[in-house]
Every structure is written in C-alpha cells, then in structure tokens.
Design a protein around this ligand. Sequence first.
Ligand code: HEC
Ligand code: HEC
Length: 264
Amino acid sequence: MKALAARRHHPMALLVILLLALVATGGLYAAFQPRVAQAESYSQEDIAAGEALFLANCATCHGRNAEGQTDPDGQTVGPSLIGVGAAAVDFQVGTGRMPMQRSGAQAARKPPQMNEEQTRQLAAYVASLAPGPSVPAEEYLSGGDPVNGGEIFRINCAMCHNAAGAGGALTRGKYAPPVLGLEPKHVYEAMETGPQNMPVFNDASLTAEDKRDVIAYLDQLEDVGSPGGISLGSLGPVTEGLYAWTIILTLLTGCAVWLGAKAK
Ligand code: HEC
Ligand code: HEC
C-alpha cells in the first residue's frame, strides 16, 4: 500500500488509471450490449454455395460483389446489399420478393423461387460481406404477450398496416401488405430490416421480446377473425359508410320507383 501511495505522483500513474478506466468501460459495454437474437452460424461451404447462387440469380441487378448497380440514367437497378444482413435476405428471398422479376414500384410477394437450403446459403454469403441483422432465433418467434404486442402494433404499425392488419395503400403506387397469416420469422425480419417504405425497428426501438409480443398479437388477431360480422375488407369507416349508403340508397330508390309505378 505504501509503495502504491508513493507512486501516486508518478507521471505514469495517470496513464495507468486512464487505461484501466478504458478497459473497464469496454468490458462493461460488451457485457451489457443488447443481446442479439442470433440463430445460426454459417460454414465456409454455405458461403461459397451462396456466392455461386448469387452470381447466377442476383448479380445482374445487385452487382457482382453485391455492391449495388445503377443504370446509365442513374436509376438504381438493385441496391447495395453490403451490411443488410442475413435477415434481409431471408425475408426477401423467403417471401419470394427476390429474385425480382421486373421492376415496379415495389417488389411483390410471390411463391419463393429458392428452397430453404438455397435461401440459407444466399443469406450466409450476404452476411459474410459485412455484419448486419441476423435471422431471429426460434425462442423469439412464439410465446409472446399479445396484450403488449397489441399496444405496440397500434402505436407503431397500424397507421400503415391498418388496425386489423389488413394492409393499406401508401403514396406513389406503394402499399403496406396485409400482415396476418405470415410466417413468424418473416414478421420478425420485416421489423428488423424495414423493407421498402417500412421503418427499421432495431433492437433499440423494439427489443427482441417486443417483437415476439407483436408476433403473438398478430397470431391472436388471425384466430379471432372478425367478431363484428362481415369484415368489409377491414378498411375502416370509409368503406363501412360506402356499403351503408349504397344499400340504403338502393332501397330508397327502389321505394320511389315502386311508389311512382303504383301511383299511375
Ligand atoms: C431484377 C433485378 C433484381 C434481381 C434479379 C434481384 N434483386 Fe434484390 N432488389 C432489387 C431491387 C430493385 C430492390 C429494392 C426494391 C425493393 O426492395 O422492393 C432489391 C432489394 C433487395 C434486398 C433488400 C435490401 C435492403 O436494403 O433491405 C435484398 C436483401 C435483395 N434484394 C436480395 C436479392 C437476392 C438474394 C437476389 C437473388 C436471389 C436478388 N435480390 C435479385 C432488384 C433485384
Ligand atoms: C410507414 C409505413 C409502415 C409502418 C409504420 C410499418 N410498416 Fe410494415 N410494411 C410497410 C411496407 C411498405 C411493406 C412492404 C415492403 C415490401 O413489399 O418490400 C411492409 C411489410 C411488412 C411485412 C411483410 C408482409 C409480407 O407480405 O411479407 C410485415 C410482416 C410488416 N410489414 C410488419 C410490420 C409491423 C409489425 C410494423 C410495426 C412494428 C410495421 N410493419 C410498420 C410499411 C410499414
């Protein structure tokens, strides 16, 4: 102790303390970093197979090194995939959006063209280029709290996807698709990667547990169906009003015609 006290004024003391503080901060940061819902690690073979699939199916739009590509007019043919992560690939390829067939306002969901193994390999290749969001672990896909999920959904998602999850139109020919009856994995990945006009809900804004709750809520919504009767497309007061008016007006017009006919 004496020896330590004596060295207190040594010129190196400050440096040592600074170093210790830095190491401690780094260690604490690493220890308390948000848990990443990582599902799997990929082998070198997965990555190599993924690269071959990528060159054959995706490079024409996304570039030979996934760096993205623009046409001579400066329009994006395919965005860069560096850092989009395995989750984005699993979502885009797993929902059939990619490989995209023709350009349009928005890549549409269609029957997947790649099987599960190929999707995994493509994800492995893109994940090997730069760190990015990973495919969610099973434990975050079921068993959530639908009540909390419902609250999160109404605050963060309903304005685009509609309170009943039926989807809705956005500007410039784009749309938010319906979100019922999907694979939980794809719901998680959509939140994690924010495709197209959808915002990214990373772990800082919605934790893995919150995302699991949203999945539970959508499951419940799907099971409940439409307790109030015909859903009328769940489009809200406008369609409901439209239906009511059309029916009432038809009846009234019918009455008027009948009365007119009777009076003759
Ligand atoms: C015909 C051109 C075309 C082909 C082929 C194509 N893509 Fe795309 N891709 C696009 C465009 C355009 C977008 C952005 C528009 C969108 O997301 O709707 C996109 C978006 C993506 C995204 C989302 C990026 C992000 O920021 O989240 C991923 C991941 C992706 N593509 C992967 C692939 C993979 C993997 C293949 C091959 C299996 C592929 N694409 C084939 C044109 C293409
Ligand atoms: C600003 C509008 C907007 C908000 C807010 C939004 N989304 Fe989306 N969402 C979109 C759009 C647009 C797409 C379609 C992307 C595409 O096709 O590439 C989409 C796609 C999805 C999909 C994929 C559906 C499919 O057919 O594969 C899911 C699932 C989803 N959103 C869930 C959510 C959830 C859960 C939230 C809230 C946490 C949310 N979204 C918030 C606009 C939004």
